[in-house]
Design a protein around this ligand. Sequence first.
Ligand code: HEC
Ligand code: HEC
Length: 316
Amino acid sequence: MTTLRYPVLGLALLLAGCGHGNGQHEHDAAPVAAASTPAPAGTVAKAPASPAAFVPPADDAVPDSDFGKQVALGRKIFLDPDKYAAAYGGNHLSCANCHLDAGRLAHAAPLWGAWPMYPAYRGKNHRVNTFAERLQGCFRFSMNGKAPPAGDPVLVALESYAYWMSQGAPVGKALPGRGYPKLPKPALAPDYARGETVFKRDCAFCHGNDGQGQQVAGHVVFPPLWGPQSFNWGAGMHQLNNAAGFIKANMPLGRGGMLTDQDAWDVAYFMDAHERPQDPRFTGSIQATRAKYHNTPQSLYGTVVNGKLLGQGTAH
Ligand code: HEC
Ligand code: HEC
């Protein structure tokens, strides 16, 4: 990863784009410790157009109890797994890089949208998954790390945080704002070259021309979108529909909803047509791994794009 190339401009742009007046700005909790300037990662993105039905409790409403301590620890892990769940990290992303505003933001897979929906059957592993197992999945794939074992203190803290944030939410009823929006199929099949144009115009400024993001003093300020420090080939974000929905609702950061659906699909395709760490379920053969785990048009794993066979993985 490179160092920050446009520190002043970048921060100014972010500040202009972020929802001020929303009392949830959280400079203390953002993962950039060294800079005295407000930290982009972890700041609040502007909510997309459609409102969420559910309002989670305020951060300062965490009870002063043993349970409250677990909630607070869970929130810290969510914002800075490098520091608070170091044993299980593989890259330097934080949960909040994809679950924005510390897991509170609607249309960015908020925790209050998730918790009440588990246990749930998942086609990914053909089993009914507990919430803890869902958390393990994000460690293994999105964080390209190791799943904390059942009952591990890291899982207990994250579960407590999600449970606390979901108080009052109906159980088993998908709330508006859960997950990432499902975009309608694009008019034109997603395209690498068009996606590259969108990337250069609307994304490279923060994520870098090479997609490797930017760091300040060893902390990720703008996360990488591909390459050895990104989510791996097994992660949800490598699927075009998840990426397009996330990007449409939330990117460019602070200006969610700005891209057309077509732009969102194209740039998701461009991002997901780059190499990233191998799927940890790799069977030894790209074609066999595709057949077993990636047999969907939403995955470019094992396909040839722009003259390159994808799914080879990256060296660390
Ligand atoms: C690279 C992006 C990324 C990172 C980093 C990431 N996740 Fe996720 N997460 C996703 C995607 C994509 C999904 C699937 C969303 C969907 O199905 O709508 C998901 C789903 C989830 C869900 C289930 C959501 C639901 O509504 O069912 C939970 C809980 C979760 N992640 C927790 C975490 C935790 C905890 C971490 C950090 C240890 C983390 N995630 C890191 C991208 C990420
Ligand atoms: C103003 C700076 C900025 C711009 C421009 C921007 N992003 Fe981001 N992006 C961020 C930040 C910061 C995060 C992490 C959010 C957080 O931690 O709150 C992020 C997170 C992401 C993530 C999830 C994390 C990961 O590593 O996968 C994806 C995917 C993403 N951006 C894609 C895009 C795309 C595609 C564009 C262009 C359409 C774009 N971004 C434009 C700042 C930006």
